[in-house]
Design a protein around this ligand. Sequence first.
Ligand code: 13P
Length: 336
Amino acid sequence: MDDIARAIVADGKGILAADESTGTIKKRFDSIDVESTEENRRAYREMLFTTAGAEEAISGVILYDETIRQNAADGTPLVKVLEVAGIIPGIKVDTGAKKLAGSPDEKVTEGLDGLRERCQEYHGLGARFAKWRAVITIAGDRHPSAACISANAHALARYAALCQEAGLVPIVEPEVLMDGDHDIDRCAEVTEATLAETYHQLRIQNVRLEATLLKPNMVLSGTDCPKQAGVDEVARRTVEVLKRAVPAAVPGIVFLSGGQSDVLATEHLNAMNALGETLPWKLSFSYGRALQAAALKAWGGKAENLKAAQQAFLHRALANGAAARGAWSMKMEKAA
Ligand code: 13P
């Protein structure tokens, strides 16, 4: 499994997160006024997965349970479409973030029951890696509670161990949300505490770190914070926290975009890789919205827009591939 984890973060490559649950993809389709039918979801994802050239920058795609069972219009399983392009299929295995009993304003991610069997089934369907997203909210000094961090880290570790047992590389995703008016210092503090507890729990559960990837948030100012940290500060603070908390045995760190604009998510990743520091892990991307927003808009639910949508997706994929090497520049956006 170590080889799969390393292949996902090969030079200049990262992940497309296309694992929106049925509820989340409906929200995305609502924004372009397209009905979220099974056929529209299938057609949209086929458009993304058949984009010629995307495999230069996309090493893996995270699928949702519905998608891993769907076929392209010509009858080829979508998993096969990805494999033929040299892209590794992955699967979201959590069942969503639910109210945390001991602290009801916070959430804990569920999905451990029956996970062993589901991992085995997904491996049989072609998945080679998995994703589980924990959600940590910042609210002043009150949240996150110790209960929230500890329950989520424990679930992530149980999930990771079960994935490895089934031959799936677990992507460990503890997302500290950017919502709130907190400053970048508070985000750094919470992110570091969350990562420290996560690696403590992974160790207790005997997870092999070489066969995992981390999917964290970047260290950012809260969305409503009046003082927004610039790109260089975000890059420096994010790398600083990661160096403190993420063991060198982890082969790669693939950021989520979390609601940042697509170009800013690229710019931040590029700035980290352009710092010139020698780091023990690769820094790359596992973006959902930041890879798809432009393509979704260009597609608009119409078959005749396929080429334009694929062009928009390819552009973002290649821009992020360049950012994963620290070789992106704003010129790439202007030329597009
Ligand atoms: P965003 O990049 O849109 O945050 O999505 C990534 C993801 O998969 C969150 O779990």
